[in-house]
Design a protein around this ligand. Structure first.
Ligand code: DOR
Length: 429
């Protein structure tokens, strides 16, 4: 089967590629790039993407699919459908499932669940058995089974000693430890510690809880030579710590989630649990620092922290509701609206943070837009204006604070693994 994509702007900063061309895909492989005349080709499905952007398939390195254990919230397949709808051709899924991704069996189970899907599924193995922080998970076995990084996300690695060992093991295979940066002894609140938490009388989590664990990770990465990746960075001080560590040549990378560069703890005043996540929404100074960190390269990646929860749980009183919001289907639109259309980031920087850098952090191949390569592509209309309708999402859950928000920029199609997702449907190609 052949597919012809007409009129694209091909953009891949990793290849130094930026040009206007058509793409012919045959059996999932890019066969021709250039000005392609349809009359030359028989049996071809043609799509007119005049002026639209074509980039290496987007990759979200931080999602929570709830399989195994809480399939009513999300499965590997429903989460992957949500990823495809959001413009992603690959995701890394976090190990706080039940059971946790702490054995080769669970790693293989998840890979198997996603096997025939358009979206590549890369499991993140747990650092500790059951994520309990008592002993290391069999990290090398998890890696051999297909895990691409390690994390106890949901919580930080419990002790410095365990993190040190985890870094030593992961160094052998050049994989990152992805740290949820939060000091347990300072955590336990349900929002950021600020004037707003005082006004609302809610138990709070100070930014220093994050900063301490970011600093611990940096120091231990320096000491062991291992790689630390700071998940969902949310505080100004943490951004400064990562910036300084990078200057000193320490192997540290970081990601930020769209809610942390668009929303502040002022949103909590409505007591809507769809604004509750961990780390919590911070203050404007933190939002500004995250944007600066994205601009100067301190923050390498944008990742959703897609965290589905069912409505019964999420609609509890604010302090009892679980942490987390879904994000796969709003991430690209928010990023383009808040960072590209406001001229805070260039389109090249956005492609780096949403496609290239996450794969580099996880040592995955960056898709190339070149003849002979597998077609792994996202086609984006940066100018498309749309309103977030959560009910139309592919995710099984609806816990998003962005319902009704007007956005500019949307994925039109994704292509990978001999499939194309376009107009809300998957097709074999
Ligand atoms: O808000 C969050 N939700 N933060 C986390 O670290 C975990 C996640 C989840 O699994 O729900």
């Amino acid at each position: 089967m052949q597919v012809l994509l007409k009129g694209l702007r091909l953009l891949n900063p990793d290849q130094g590629l930026d040009k206007k061309a058509d793409i012919l895909i045959s059996n999932g492989i890019i066969e021709k790039i250039g000005s392609i005349d349809t009359s030359e080709i028989k049996d071809v499905k043609e799509y007119n993407f005049e002026g639209k952007l074509c980039v290496p398939g987007l990759y979200d390195m931080h999602v929570h699919f709830r399989e195994p254990g809480q399939e009513d919230k999300e499965t590997v397949v429903s989460g992957s459908n949500s990823a495809a709808a959001g413009g992603f051709t690959g995701v890394a899924c976090m190990p706080n499932t039940n059971p946790a991704i702490d054995s080769a069996e669970v790693v293989k189970f998840i890979i198997d669940r996603g096997r025939d899907h358009l979206v590549d599924i890369d499991p993140i193995g747990a650092v500790s058995k059951g994520r309990k922080g008592e002993g290391l998970a069999p990290m090398l076995e998890l890696y051999d089974a297909g895990a691409v990084g390690f994390s106890d996300d949901g919580t930080a690695v419990k002790t410095s000693a365990l993190l040190r060992r985890a870094l030593e093991y992961s160094k052998m295979i050049d994989a990152p430890i992805i740290e949820h940066c939060e000091d347990e002894s300072l955590a336990g609140g349900s929002m950021n510690e600020s004037i707003v938490s005082t006004q609302l009388g809610l138990p709070s989590i100070p930014t220093v809880a994050e900063d301490l664990i970011v600093m611990r990770g940096i120091l231990l990465a320096e000491y062991t030579g291992g790689k630390i990746h700071v998940a969902h960075i949310s505080s100004k001080r943490s951004v400064e710590l990562v910036r300084d560590a990078k200057k000193r040549g320490i192997e540290v990378t970081a990601e930020a989630a769209p809610h942390h560069f668009t929303l502040t703890d002022e949103c909590i005043k409505a007591f809507d649990p769809n604004y509750k996540m961990n780390p919590p929404l911070r203050e404007q100074k933190d939002v500004d620092a995250i944007i600066e960190g994205l601009q100067d390269g301190t923050i390498d990646c944008i990742a959703s922290d897609h965290a589905p929860h069912n409505i019964e749980e999420k609609e509890m009183e604010f302090i009892y509701a679980p942490n987390g919001i879904i994000g796969l289907e709003t991430q690209l639109g928010i990023t383009l609206s808040e960072l590209y259309h406001t001229k805070k980031l260039t389109i090249e920087q956005i492609v780096e943070k949403l496609s290239i850098n996450p794969r580099k952090v996880l040592n995955l191949e960056v898709p190339q837009i070149a003849v002979g390569e597998t077609a792994n592509l996202t086609i984006i209309d940066t100018e498309k204006e749309w309103e977030v309708d959560i009910k139309s999402f592919k995710s099984r859950s609806i816990n998003s604070p962005f319902g009704g928000r007007k956005l500019k920029g949307k994925s039109l199609s994704v292509i990978n693994s001999l499939q194309m997702f376009v107009d809300g449907e998957f097709h074999s190609i």
